[in-house]
Design a protein. Sequence first.
Length: 94
Amino acid sequence: MIRKINTKLLKNTISKMCIEANTVLRKDIEKALRCALEKETKKNAKDILKILLENANIAKNEKIAICQDTGIVVCAIRMGQDVKIIGWDLNKAI
């Protein structure tokens, strides 16, 4: 049986993932920052950790980038023989 995947769905899914990756801090990273804040004894370091956590919260709530240098997107696609891409060219969709 051939599985059909529409490029519009692919484009929308990749777009949502990119936005989330740039606006929502991973839970393990947030936890590490909070642990570091609890253990830190120096005022300047504590202030910086608080700012990092506050920035992450603002980014998540306002849907803005956590950092202006968030990297580039690399997409690796593996498809089986029974997959048919419907719509635009796959590279254009990505």
